[in-house]
Every structure is written in C-alpha cells, then in structure tokens.
Design a protein around this ligand. Sequence first.
Ligand code: FES
Length: 576
Amino acid sequence: MPDQPPSLRSARWYAPDTLRAFGHRSRARQAGLGAPDYAGKPVIGILNTWTDLNSCHLHFKVTVEAIKRGVLQAGGVPMEIPVMSAGETLTKPTSMLYRNFLAMEAEEMIRANPIDGAVLLGGCDKSTPALLMGAISAGVPSVYVPSGPMMKGHWRGETLGSGSDVWKYWDERRAGRLAEQAWEEIEGGIARSPGHCMTMGTAATMTALAETMGFCIPGASSVPAMDSNHARLAAEAGRQVVANVLSSEAMPTQIATRAAFENAVAVLMAAGGSTNAIVHLIAMAGRAGVDLGLADFDAISRRTPLLADLRPAGRFLMEDFYFAGGLRALLSQMGDDLLQLDLPTVNGRTLRENIAGAEVHLPEVIRPRAEPVAPDGGLAVLGGNLAPRGAVIKHSAASPELLRHTGPAVVFESYPDLAARIDDPDLPATPDSVLVLKGGGPLGAPGMPEWGMLPIPKKLLEAGVRDMVRVSDARMSGTSYGTCVLHVAPESAAGGSLAAVRDGDPITLDVAARRIELGVPEGEIARRLAESPPAPGRRYARGYTRLYLDHVTQADRGCDFDFLEGTAPTPEPAIF
Ligand code: FES
C-alpha cells in the first residue's frame, strides 16, 4: 500500500486497503504511474481551457507543460483536466450563457476527483470568473494562471486594438468610407497571436482583478502571452500550489475576502476596466459569501482616479501597460489610500510585499496620482424608474456632451427587430434619439449577450453621427465604447419598466445625478405592463439552457445560479 499522508484529500482515493482503492492504484499503473510517482504527493489538477475553438488559448498546450514542470519540481503530481473554454468569439448565442456551466464543471471536476490543489488556466473573458467561481466553491488551494494578452494589432502603420478598432472601422465601412481591400487587411492584422484581447477589455480586466485579489503569481496578468516570462511564471504557479497544499494555506475563501473584492473594484476603476467585471465580481463574491453590491462599485468609482490610459477608454494597449510596469506598478501608484495592501495572496506574501519595488516606467501609460487620466473611475451605477435595481454606464468611454441628455425613445423589441430596422432609412431616429433595446437580459436573450453597444443607424452614420444614448438590459463588450446604459435591472423579460417603453417616450440620462428616467407617470408604466406583459424570451424545454432559465439571477446579483450562491458545504464524494 503506498504511504499517502491522510491529510491529503487524494489519500482517500489511493491509500486504503479496499477494493476501490485497489482499482485506483491499478489504474494509476495503467497510466504508467507507480507508488513512487504519487505516494505521499499532492495531486494537482490543472484545469485547462485549451480548445481549437478558442484562439485566445492556443498557447495553453505549451503553458500547461510549464505548469506540470513546476508541479513535478515541487514534488506534486500534475493531472491535466480539459474543461470547456466558452471562447468569446465563436460561442453562441453568447459565452455568458455558459459562464456558469464552466464554473460548475470546474467545481465538480475538482470535487469528483483525487485533487488536492488546482491550477486554473484561463484568460478569455468568461474563463477567469468561471474558473474562480468554481475554485472558490470547490475549496482546494488554487492558483490562477492568466493567458496574457495577444500582440498588438497592426495595419498600414497604425496600431489596432482588439474589439475597439473593429467597431470603429465597421462603422466606417457601413458609412461607405472604408474599401473592401482595407477591411480585409484589418481582418489579417488585428489578432496577430494567441492571447486574450489586448485592450483593457473584459479579459484583461478580469485577469488583472484576479491578480489583485491574490490568486496569481505577482505580475502574471500583465505578461503578454507570447513573452517567455509567461511560461516561467506558469511553472512558478505549479510549484506554488504544491507548497500551498502541503502547508494547507491560501484556501480560496482566505483569498476572496470582502477587502480583496474592494481592492478588485478599485483596480477596475483605476484601470478603466470593463463593465462586465461588475457582473462577474458580484457572482464571485456570492460564491465566497461576501456581500458585494452595485452601490460598492459606485462608491469606489467616485473615490478612485483613472490612472491607466488604456483603450477602449484611453490610448494604449496591454503590451504598453506591461512595458510601463504592469499591474504591480499600477497597484504601487494606487497605494495605501486606495487599496488594502496587507491582504494574503497565493504566494504566501501580502499584496504589499508583492508590489514592493514596483515602478512606473512609462508615465504616459500609468499616470502619476497627481496627473490622473480622470479624477474618478469612469463607471457609474444608475438608479431611476427605468432601472429600479440598477444599471451601469462606462462614462469614461462615453461622449461627455451626452452624459446629461433627454431624448425621445426609438424602441427595438428584440435583437432581431434591431437587426431588421436599424439601417432602415425611414427609422424615426435623430441624433437626439435614445435607442432602446429590450430582450437583451439574462432571461430575455437568453444569456445577456454583448448587444448593449447598439449600432448607430446607418443614415445617421452617413451624416457623421458617431455616438448616441443607448439603453438596454444587455451587456457590452469590454472593448466597446459609447454612451451606453447597460445591465438594466430588472430586465424587460422579467417585467422591468424597460418593457413599458414606447417610441417617442422621453428618456433622461443624468450621469452626475446617477439617474436614468422614463418620462412617463408611474401609473401609466404599470398600466402598460399589465396591459401587455413583457415577452418572456425564448423557451427551452430541455438541456442546460432550461436549467439556466430556471435559476439565473438578475444582473444586480451577478447572473449566477441561485442554488450556487453562498458557502453551504457540499459533502465530499463517497468512495465505495
Ligand atoms: Fe478571447 Fe477577447 S476574444 S479575450
């Protein structure tokens, strides 16, 4: 019988003198592993989101070998576990529909197997929150290895940013100002290597927040995917998780504290990060039993200056951020008054110790505190009768002249309705109109897709209009920009007042006052909702989507499943 310390979770599988344990050991031999390979050693599950379907993660076949090397060096047993990827570009109707699926898969694969600790390998938008949600619920020591951003895009001497420049040049193409040849050249120049989007979109935001919270080897989130330091830090993650298992330290719930989430929100603001992080952080906090709400985001945004000048809100890309000193430099600029630095992280040191000595090398990319890009964090949480449970706007990426605006609604009842009419020359839209999209929320779409940056009507594009106030219950890509009010809760399909909006209704956006108001009396809103109840969205009789529709929460609660929130312990699997 191998000598497996009973304190190791994996010992329940391998050590006993039972029929089942015999089976586990004989199958270890089938894999070419004898007792010297695993006896007494922590088994480390490496949850790998590699797939041919996710071009952001194509380098993970190499990265995972570095992690395995680190695990072996530290005396652990690496076990690679392929999990779904939910890649942002190909997964339909939206990868957000599958974030909770990946979170469940991560949690269940850890729990169901002889795993003592985990390395989580992700980066493309939903993979970061999903893997961390799963790891928090599974409750074994875990280290997150971020994919790192892809190389900068390039076209005819111009730098291209993921997403942001797609939207920009697509509008030029729709306006008839970009030739097919140029459009094809952009297609070949905007995604030049594996790695996640290299603007401060959702992926770069979430990996930075994972590191801020303490789930990564320091510096890992800023290293480009194709930089040799990526593999070096991946190996370090492998060594670290073995050490954490042996010392029983850095459990996910010891890392994911209320203070760590507050730090993550502060960095979201200082980095000009994605609105999607609001939904993801609330969901992650829910898994850890931490009460994090929309009000926390607004309060922290008001007191946190925007320091990183990164697209889509600013000028530079993630590679510039790395050369400027990366996240560690940004954290050091923020300092004690904006962050709580004496928090634990997965490498056994505090956040303060991990950023010691970090310097800003390019002050135009990471600004000094005395010269911020903007005095506040650039995300605002709105209330008002159109969003009683909240809505959000990234006002740092909006047009300043539209931040206080009243205009008549032009309503689209669904995304197909929008697609069918947005370029209709007879659409009753002027530059002052407020474009309203219903049916884009967690239930209505379903999955809360990134439909919130509604396209500008073609006739207005041709007239030179590039931004309008837009309101929806959808999300928008972290690489998007414009005056877009997002995440309206309750969503229209759940009976929110958004469902009552009709063409011509006045809508007022007042970001300074944190309001989005429908200029219709409350009684009339109630009458309209009673008279024509909102369309419930597509129905699914079976499959994962049925589960999703039965249990997903609204945006203000993070769109997790109601039965996955909280820290109620799940029993360890019986081994009979
Ligand atoms: Fe993968 Fe943007 S598409 S991070």
